[in-house]
Design a protein around this ligand. Structure first.
Ligand SMILES: Nc1nc2c(ncn2[C@@H]2O[C@H](COP(=O)(O)OP(=O)(O)O)[C@@H](O)[C@H]2O)c(=O)[nH]1
Ligand SMILES: [Mg+2]
Length: 695
């Protein structure tokens, strides 16, 4: 709501794609019906346009991204496709939790930020600030943004990517009134803050936007401060691609070689009534031509590209070929999914595009008419392919279809509403919380024997060190690193508090749980390890308490005796046995549940802050911090996700409709022990599992 789409309108109008008059009202990039009805951006929208800046022509590939935290997945994927980001903040509301999340997302992808302080007209008209007060406010917002850049940027970028008024990497203006200024532009044209305030007070918006047209000022800033693909790929490729940089394909991408082999990342997949599916991709090397055959690396498939196009918002313009550095629309890649790497030969895949927040809100879906089940399943398959922050799961035991997302709005906009539009009537449950199972203390060793009595496994479990868990939660270590570069992982793990001896014995990780082999000299263990890994993965996928995914566990293989003949130690003799062993060990290690909690910021009029506090306490929440500024209270609080359903409505009710909340972070914390057994019983009931025997 800070004005990103209105701002995009100005650029689109500046490129002659919509009329100047309609800019700021048409909201060209919010072309989806749902977006127009809800008045928010739900889907990232692409527009390629040519701009003349000081006599030179520039091709700008713009992506207007959603702002609502529930659609954050689209922002994360868009960041992979671009090299620069214009951070838009409302001059009145200032830096909000969403601004922090977007800056974090950009810097994770080494995308350089510049800052546009929008809705400056409100400072004049609503707050009636003097030029000095306006500048004070700008300095504060810029300070907060630079604080976030230094918090999330890597050392080598932190300083040089700070935004500064003097060099024009900050601009101020009004996307709605179509004007903007920056220090370099003020120096060049002589226009001043005083002029701006005068024109705004007299509602001479057209005069002002003629003197300081937003698209011109903003593009000057973009062209001067944001890198071209050639400049950006030098440092972005080593971050997002972990293949051999000295290889031919590595060099082609680092040098943006348009004549090199094709290498690109799919950042979005959209159903299209005419073309079937259109995959949006950022090309990092080579030139994609109509008719090219490309490898879909993760899926080990080859597909032919039938159409190559650039985006003009809702429309696509077909081209014969498009070179590296651009964002394209490709038809023909029916098997592609968001995050897939495509290339003209087998190459190391790009890093997976990981969203900052996990899907923590779940609903079970059931077709009103059972005959629609296949349609529902097909729809969910497509929906999760388009948006990987949606996770769908079918419970084998009950056939229950579960869909998880970042929030209620996410599930409504991307699942429930589109199903309705397709005439697939469904019954949905109330939102369900997915917990995590873990242990509070080390277990004793447990022994499990295979049904044929020929094999014996000794296992034990321990809670993971907090520091180690944080490494996984921050995405600093993942399964690929454990598999491909354990040496590097060991260094990080030891720094985070794990013993070197233990770290070196890690076999694999799954769901932020570790399998560690501390056995010595067990014959045939290596050749049985594949089955043990499968058993471990299935055990941590559904814990013993309530069948919820496990987390923050260390599982140890302490010893084993295995039959010399692998006929007697097949999958049936190993997998269920080891899985049972893990669960038995967990049950003897004070098993407990972790619940997802949200760190939120609640903004409300100062005089109603008491109501907000009461509401938080009634929701088993914890107040972390409260700041009061100019009559507005901002309360930072921690609230269990289980208590956030209906929070929006309760907050509106408690604050005469003036309060609103935004998400800062999502994490998992131990559920209070006195609530545990009641929650376990309810989950088991829902899943149709028998009562848990008393511990
Ligand atoms: N006063 C004022 N309102 C604006 C300005 N820019 C956008 N808006 C309004 O803010 C609301 C949200 O704008 P939108 O572009 O959809 O925000 P987005 O969610 O960031 O894309 C709309 O009602 C706009 O008309 C501005 O510069 N001044
Ligand atoms: Mg928008």
């Amino acid at each position: 709501m800070h004005g990103k789409t209105t701002l995009s309108d100005n650029l689109v109008a500046g490129a002659g794609m919509i009329s100047e008059e309609l800019a700021g009202q048409q909201l060209f990039t919010d072309f989806d019906k749902q977006e127009q009805e809800r008045g928010i951006t739900i889907f990232a929208a692409n527009v390629s346009m040519v701009h003349d800046v000081d006599g030179d022509e520039y091709l700008v590939n713009l992506i207007d991204t959603p702002g609502h935290v529930d659609f954050g997945g689209d922002v994360t994927r868009a960041m992979r496709a671009v090299d620069g980001a214009v951070i838009v903040t409302d001059a009145v509301e200032g830096v909000m939790p969403q601004t922090e999340t977007v800056i974090r997302q950009a810097l994770l992808e080494r995308v350089k930020p510049v800052l546009f302080i929008n809705k400056t007209d409100r400072l004049v008209r609503e707050l009636q600030l003097t030029p000095e007060q306006m500048q004070e406010r700008f300095v504060r917002i810029i300070g907060q943004v630079n604080g976030l850049i230094s918090k999330y940027a890597e050392t080598e970028f932190a300083n040089k990517w700070m935004v500064k008024v003097e060099d024009g990497s900050v601009a101020f203006g009004s996307a709605y009134r179509k004007w903007a200024i920056s220090v370099p532009y003020m120096k060049k044209t002589g226009i001043s803050f005083k002029d701006v305030i005068e024109h705004t007070k007299k509602e001479e918006h057209d005069e002002l936007s003629k003197k300081a047209p937003l698209h011109k000022v903003l593009l000057n800033m973009v062209v001067k401060h944001l890198p071209s693909p050639a400049q950006a790929q030098v440092y972005r490729i080593p971050r997002i691609w972990k293949g051999d940089e000295t290889s031919e394909e590595g060099q082609d991408m680092i040098k943006l070689n348009e004549k090199g082999g094709i290498a690109a990342v799919i950042t979005k997949v959209n159903p299209d009534p005419h073309a079937g599916y259109v995959a949006t991709a950022r090309i990092f090397s080579g030139t994609i031509k109509k008719g090219d055959e490309v490898y879909l690396i993760a899926q080990k498939k080859v597909q032919r590209i039938q159409q190559v196009s650039i985006y003009k918002g809702p429309q696509r313009v077909q081209m014969d070929e498009i070179p590296a550095g651009n964002i394209v629309g490709l038809v023909g890649l029916t098997e592609a999914f968001s995050g897939e790497t495509i290339a003209s030969k087998e190459i190391h895949p790009f890093e997976s595009i990981k969203h900052i927040f996990e899907a923590v809100v779940t609903k079970s879906l059931e077709p009103a008419n059972p005959a629609d089940l296949p349609k529902l399943i097909t729809f969910l398959k497509h929906a999760t392919r388009e948006d990987p922050t949606l996770v769908s799961k079918i419970n084998e035991n009950t056939g229950e279809t579960l869909i998880s997302g970042l929030g209620e709005l996410h599930l409504d906009a991307k699942v429930e509403r589109p199903l309705k539009e397709r005439g697939i009537e469904i019954k949905t449950s109330l939102p369900i919380v997915i917990y995590r199972e873990t242990v509070r203390e080390p277990s004793p060793e447990v022994e499990e024997r295979s049904p044929n009595k020929h094999n014996r496994f000794i296992l034990r479990v321990e809670p993971m060190e907090d520091g180690v868990h944080q490494l996984f939660a921050d995405g600093k270590i993942d399964e690929v690193m454990i598999r491909k570069d354990l040496k590097k992982a060991v260094t990080l793990l030891v720094e985070a508090g794990m013993s070197r001896d233990e770290a070196k014995k890690i076999v694999t990780m799954s769901n932020n749980n570790l399998l560690i082999d501390e056995s010595k000299g067990v014959q045939y263990l290596n050749e049985t390890m594949k089955l043990i890994i499968e058993a471990f993965a299935s055990a941590v996928n559904a814990g013993p308490l309530a069948g919820e995914p496990c987390n923050q566990l260390k599982v140890f293989i302490t010893d084993a005796t295995l039959h010399e003949d692998n006929v007697h130690r097949g999958p049936a003799q190993v997998i269920p046995v080891v899985a049972q062993g893990v669960k038995a060990a967990m049950m003897r290690a004070k098993p407990t549940l972790l619940e997802p909690v949200q760190i939120v910021r609640i903004d409300a009029p100062e005089e109603l802050v008491g109501n907000v506090m009461t509401l938080i306490q009634n929701k088993r929440g914890q107040i972390l911090d409260t700041t009061i500024e100019q009559g507005t209270a901002a309360v930072k609080a921690k609230i269990p996700v289980a208590e956030t359903f209906g929070l929006e409505a309760a907050l509106k009710g408690n604050t005469e409709g003036k309060g609103f909340y935004s998400l800062i972070d999502v994490l998992f914390e131990k559920l209070p022990e006195d609530l545990k057994m009641d929650v376990v019983r309810k989950i088991r009931q829902r899943k149709g599992l028998p009562e848990l025997m008393q511990q």
